[in-house]
Design a protein around this ligand. Sequence first.
Ligand SMILES: Cc1cc2nc3c(=O)[nH]c(=O)nc-3n(C[C@H](O)[C@H](O)[C@H](O)COP(=O)(O)O)c2cc1C
Length: 367
Amino acid sequence: MSREAAPATGSDPDTGAVPALATPLTELTGVRYPIVQTGMGWVAGPRLVSATAEAGALGILASATMTPGQLRSAVREVKSRTDQPFGVNLRADAGDAADRVRIIIEEGVRVASFALAPSRELIARLKDAGVVVIPSIGARRHAEKVAAWGADAVVVQGGEGGGHTGSVATTVLLPQVVDAVDIPVIAAGGFFDGRGLVAALAYGAAGIAMGTRFLLTSDSTVPPAVQDRYLAAAVTDVTVTTKVDGLPHRMLRSELVRTLERSGRASALVRAVRHAASFRKLSGLSWSRMVRDGLAMKHGKDLTWSQVLLAANTPMLLKASMVDGRTDLGVMASGQVAGVIEDLPSCAELVARIMTEAHRTLAGLPR
Ligand SMILES: Cc1cc2nc3c(=O)[nH]c(=O)nc-3n(C[C@H](O)[C@H](O)[C@H](O)COP(=O)(O)O)c2cc1C
């Protein structure tokens, strides 16, 4: 484990640039390399996104933890740092999703990424304005649905991925989705290097999307104490719990997770109400808007009201670690790859390293 980055190997000694690799993802979005840095709440801010964009990959701003005003400022900050394409991630079920879509269109953002399947209307509105629409999905039927509604591509996340996640591994889910839809599929969950990129391409994907690997870069604003916990983690230190917000959530196994797993229903609800109140204050949402969002979240899903209430836990507990550096109080959402990541390269070093290894791996495959 080291806070120093290993050097990017094999880049051109004169220019330092690694050759581009064209796939349907790069053609669709205009980036040089088929790599996506995903929208992670409190983590994927203007600094990380612009560093990713400058490195030739697609950076995605996480907007679910921002007010619409903060989203507009963040988009403008990215634009002031880079002229390369980038994206914005939003929750399709947020009550103000339409306002956020308007900001994306007005600010000329290239890609809209969705944490849940967006409605047909939202997809149409974005596409009419020339925005590329890429929802993230965790099951084949969701990919089929958004493809039929006109999504341009999908990110498919296997169970080893960080944050909210499913139970089917990337190696099973990815080929299943590739076979099911005709749009480009971007593989997520468990990727961190050039071999993984080549493996994803071999499955028929158009590129890879990574969360945890980008969280662990020197361009990430995540506090050093928290990054050190990730670097120190073994693969078996990454677990899935439903105790934070009622949904399967992959994260580092910390003292908080152990406490939540032990705590009873009543204390969980008291904590959830407290977090809902703090999130309301932070997000500027009214209680009526939060109830409407809760109803939207409940709709079509098998969630109880207490689970809906628990949903506010995630943003508050994620902020405690990702912004405030509290490894004791915060949720440290993480993919299993945290167990194999050992350094903090810059985004430029990381992308160059992955692409160099991908080209070398491709060239070395048996013929
Ligand atoms: C700290 C953290 C926060 C995340 N927050 C979000 C989020 O706000 N919205 C979202 O769609 N996905 C979120 N995710 C999931 C990632 O976008 C991505 O799909 C996942 O990390 C991919 O798996 P990997 O970690 O193995 O690369 C988060 C993941 C992490 C690690």
